[in-house]
Design a binder for this molecule. Structure first.
Ligand code: NAP
Length: 236
């Protein structure tokens, strides 16, 4: 059962979150963030009214806005199909902390060699599209079920871990505070390049485990079959 207690551990203070994408994950994150007491602004691809109508059903308490409105929040989460990330207006997200919750999902995105490059994590690809944003990868490996049903306050025995990869220590700390507020134990996983350790096809992806077990899964990634393939590619 999901806790309704918006408790959190210590860390940077967050007041607002923007979400780009009002689909399954965007709405699930909006529900969690609203419950955590954050001011939530969600931007869809079209008219604000259309997003507002969806939020009224799926995430009451969150408000609909433009991309600029979502980008004005303390942190902005990207929750659109990864294959459409190039549609994002880099200027609107410039100078902002952006959380990449997206995954390469070929059923949705189609065959996209650019998103399946063994030399790059998909979040590095997103960072290249948003060169003036600070991209941190998080909240991508939890399933919709986990987000909706397995978010718990700090110290709860059933609390799950959530991996975070980013290049700036301060940004990772802010995203850790967000993850914590939403109901998960943050598990730092190194720089953005290391996001490959919790992309689809890894042991950690969809693992639904506590922080300790998630940490062990991340640690043994480079010895996994996928880890060995990526290592060989990176070694040329
Ligand atoms: N489903 C999961 O369990 C899960 C878990 C973690 C992470 N993720 C990742 O989260 C992302 C979204 O997944 P989802 O399951 O929520 O997909 P979804 O239900 O299809 O929702 C995606 C939403 O993004 C909107 N969108 C597309 N381009 C946009 C843009 N440029 N600006 C604003 N909104 C835009 C779509 O609007 P239109 O339909 O109107 O085009 C749609 O409402 C994917 O990358 C996925 O891999 C999914």
């Amino acid at each position: 059962m999901t806790s309704s207690v918006p408790a959190r551990s210590t860390g940077p203070v967050l007041e607002s979150v923007g979400i780009v994408g009002a689909g399954r994950i965007g709405c699930a994150l909006a529900r969690l963030a609203t419950r955590a007491g954050l001011v939530v602004t969600v931007a869809g691809p079209g008219a604000v009214d259309r997003t507002a109508a969806r939020l009224a059903l799926e995430a009451p308490g969150a408000r609909a806005g433009t991309l600029d409105d979502a980008a004005a929040a303390d942190v902005t989460i990207l929750a659109i199909p990864l294959g459409r990330h190039a549609e994002l207006d880099a200027d609107a997200l410039a100078d902002h902390l952006v959380v990449d919750a997206m995954n390469y999902w070929w059923e949705t995105d189609g065959a996209r060699p650019d998103l399946d490059d063994p030399l790059s994590s998909t979040s590095q690809t997103v960072q290249r599209h948003l060169p003036r944003s600070r991209v941190v990868k998080a909240l991508n490996h939890a399933s919709l079920y986990e987000l909706d049903n397995l978010a718990f306050p700090p110290g709860h025995p059933d609390r799950r871990g959530a991996a975070i990869a980013g290049d700036g220590a301060e940004d990772v700390a802010v995203v850790a505070a967000l993850v914590d507020a939403l109901g998960f134990d943050p598990v730092p996983a190194g720089p953005l390049a290391e996001g490959v350790r919790f992309e689809p096809g890894t042991e950690a992806f969809g693992a639904d485990e506590d922080a300790e077990e998630l940490r062990e899964m991340l640690d043994r990634f480079w010895d996994s079959q996928r880890g060995r393939v990526l290592r060989r590619a990176r070694q040329g």
